[in-house]
Design a protein. Structure first.
Length: 179
């Protein structure tokens, strides 16, 4: 079951589901989703020429900070991928699962979005990967609303919390096979 705007507010106020949240933003939760604001843009280190994912091993590109231009905006060049990270952090309880969804304005600006789920027990900022498919630069400003998160209540029963490598926003890098 998807949480209503009132339920999201209650989880924010009672359980710090999302931080920081001003009173103004708390009153502006619409469509059963909480809008995320842009805090950071990164791009894959261009010296990496491959990624590997197997059952026991992951080697993914390292992301490095992408600087804002003189106009204070991030200019996302055509035919390039970027990671967009939220200003907010989430503190997922064990009875909720989240889904990040792109705001409609991103695809309209040519940015194809790869969104993801948020596991119960995850704590940290939220990120999506975007790819600029248009032949011109797309500009994004700090604190612009770039994505939203919807929350779903989990049915009764035991839920194993998130224990993955991104807990607390540690860089992923290389995850070696278990011994």
């Amino acid at each position: 079951m998807i949480l209503s705007s009132d339920d999201i507010r209650r989880y924010i106020q009672d359980y710090a589901l999302i931080e920081p949240v001003s009173e103004a933003r708390l009153s502006f939760i619409e469509g059963c989703a909480f809008d995320l604001q842009l805090a950071k843009v990164e791009q894959p280190r261009l010296t990496v020429n491959s990624a590997t994912i197997t059952e026991a091993y992951r080697r993914l590109p390292e992301f490095v900070e992408y600087k804002q231009g003189d106009n204070g905006l991030w200019g996302l060049a055509p035919c390039r991928a970027y990671k967009l990270t939220s200003l907010e952090t989430v503190n997922m309880p064990y009875d909720l699962r989240g889904e990040i969804i792109a705001r409609r304005s991103l695809p309209e600006a040519g940015l194809l979005c790869q969104c993801t789920g948020i596991a119960p027990g995850y704590c940290g900022t939220l990120s999506i990967i975007v790819y600029n498919a248009y032949p011109f630069t797309a500009f994004l400003g700090p604190r612009s609303r770039f994505a939203a998160v919807q929350f779903f209540r989990i049915t009764e029963g035991e839920t194993d919390p998130y224990k993955g490598p991104r807990q607390g926003n540690r860089p992923l890098g290389v995850v070696a096979p278990p011994h």
